[in-house]
Design a protein around this ligand. Structure first.
Ligand code: ADP
Length: 515
């Protein structure tokens, strides 16, 4: 499509080692219309396939991913710096599980559903049909570059849409890997296309009039995309940031809570939108908790070999965000429980795992996403106070509540303004594909996973069927003489105790008045 001199290349730097490991060709912006043209052409055929035929392709994709699991895990780890165990557990497994879920549920969720028809519309039948939207644009981030791209892609594909993916330029190797996986699974030409490049490429595709935009990334970019989408009235799903609270009451299983906080805060080096990002611990156990937490955190192994616990940061600019937040907090009196002050950090992308106390609710470290291995711990006294702290940011993606009192855990969970709440565990709602996933407040708009995740990519079409035998309907013209009959009909029908006799008399009179 393009001449050689026009091709821009992106260097892929492995964050864990700093080495350039590949070069990926950027998609020239002038090719955007061609992508849409191809996608629309492919949609014409793909949308007419039976759902079982479409899921047949997903089966091939799944098999290929199972066969090449180890190779894919290595690509993810090279590109992101995350440890291999996390590539397989938190990126590949959820993608495979989502494929399975979609294979098992798409037919039922997307096929025509019968809906009850009210008595006033006697003689008709009602249905909902799910009609694919067209071309779905998926724009994905770098923290879980496989699953956050592939899960919306496969959901949209199952619904009969063609898909254009613009993966994050921070992890282009995974973007290339996704392109390759779809290609080798034999999806018909143009059904899945991957465009490589940065925000200019993303912006060009956003304004190329897709039929739906599924975006995962920062709040800032989400707002830009929503503005562009509004101009063209394009529906969107926005999966944005989080600053997720973990609340530990004094009756919690302390050892488990300590391990969960450690994993929840430091998995993927804290570059998770739904991790444990603010820890609230009841004052009576605060000291003991901190002591155990420090020990647990200090036992973790940083590195990029097969047995390491915590890998490197992925995106160099993210180090600056973490540095700024930590510097500000320390300057304002916060204390390190473990970790180093930023001036003592090494040059590489491995950040020390940091736990800090003496932080205030209004500090950036509490209010803004850190997306790094930084865990502020705050004591609280009462249930109400913990809930107020937890709800006190602009985000609301996930939360976790720790107590052995079931009633209390459910009471608190129901008061948290959050897209998901986990009780006595962290993050794990995302692993059940049957549950909806998405945020409240600035954490985003819309839901995916679950039935919603398949249906958002379809127009919900209402259908009513009439056999067409009757010459007219009671509400059609002429109106002469109908008003009092309707008055009696509706009064008898909507009365607290339905008056069937009056209803039948007036209904028959209305039918007769049509002749
Ligand atoms: P993150 O730092 O979490 O990756 P970003 O919001 O910066 O969040 O990026 C998420 C995705 O959005 C990336 O694929 C990026 O290239 C893309 N992107 C960034 N800016 C824009 C934009 N203005 N329009 C469309 N896509 C964009």
């Amino acid at each position: 499509m393009h001449s050689v001199e026009e091709v821009q290349k992106m260097s892929v730097v492995a964050p864990a080692t700093g080495e350039v490991i590949a070069e990926i060709e950027e998609t020239p912006v002038h090719e955007v219309p061609f992508f849409y043209q191809e996608a629309r052409k492919a949609f014409g055929t793909w949308s007419t396939l039976a759902i079982s035929e479409r899921t047949g392709y997903l089966r091939k994709l799944k098999q290929l991913m199972v066969d090449e699991m180890d190779e894919i895990a290595k690509i993810i780890s090279d590109d992101t710096g995350k440890v291999l165990t996390e590539s397989i557990v938190a990126d590949i497994m959820p993608t495979l599980d989502a494929i399975d879920h979609i294979i098992n549920h798409a037919e039922k969720v997307l096929s025509r559903q019968k809906v009850k028809t009210p008595l006033l519309l006697i003689g008709k039948k009602s249905f909902v049909e799910y009609m694919p939207r067209g071309v779905v644009l998926v724009i994905s981030p770098w923290n879980y570059p496989l699953q956050l791209a592939m899960v919306p892609m496969i959901s949209a594909l199952a619904g009969g849409n063609s898909v254009i993916l613009k993966p994050s330029e921070v992890t282009p190797l995974v973007g290339k890997c996704i392109e390759d996986l779809f290609q080798r699974s034999g999806f018909p030409e143009g059904t899945v296309q991957v465009a490589h490049g940065g925000k200019e490429v993303g912006a060009a595709f956003t304004s190329g009039k897709p039929d739906y935009i599924f975006f995962t990334g920062s709040v800032r970019t989400g707002k830009i995309i929503q503005q562009q989408a509004a101009k063209d009235l394009i529906p969107t799903t926005l999966e944005l940031g989080g600053k997720d609270p973990m609340i530990v009451f004094e009756d919690a299983n302390l050892d488990r809570a300590v391990k969960a906080a450690t994993w929840g805060a430091f998995t993927n080096s804290g570059q998770v939108c739904m991790s444990a990002e603010r820890l609230y611990v009841q004052r009576s156990i605060y000291g003991k908790f901190l002591e155990k937490l420090k020990k647990e955190v200090d036992s973790l192994q940083l590195g990029n070999d097969i047995d390491s616990d915590v890998g490197s940061m992925t995106f160099p600019a993210q180090k600056d965000v973490v540095r700024e937040q930590l510097d500000e907090a320390l300057k304002q009196g916060a204390k390190l429980v473990t970790g180093l002050k930023p001036s003592d950090w090494k040059e590489d992308m491995f950040l020390p795992l940091t736990v800090i106390t003496e932080v205030e609710q209004n500090m950036k470290i509490i209010q803004e996403e850190s997306f790094g291995p930084l865990l502020p711990v705050v004591p609280f006294d009462t249930e109400e106070e913990a809930i107020a702290y937890a709800n006190g940011t602009v985000y609301g993606l996930n939360a976790s509540v720790w107590t052995q009192d079931k009633a209390k855990s459910r009471r608190v969970a129901s008061k948290l303004v959050s897209g998901a709440v986990v009780i006595n565990d962290v993050l794990i709602t995302v692993a059940n594909h049957g549950l909806p996933f998405g945020g409240t407040k600035e954490s985003g708009i819309g839901r995916y996973h679950s039935e919603a995740g398949l249906r958002i990519f379809c127009h919900e079409k209402a259908i009513m069927e009439d056999m067409g035998f009757m010459k007219s309907e009671i509400q059609w013209y002429p109106y002469k003489g109908k008003y009092p009959l309707f008055l009696n009909l509706f009064k008898s029908y909507f009365a607290e105790k339905r008056d069937w006799l009056t209803f039948a008399k007036n209904y028959i009179a209305l039918l007769k008045s049509n002749k």
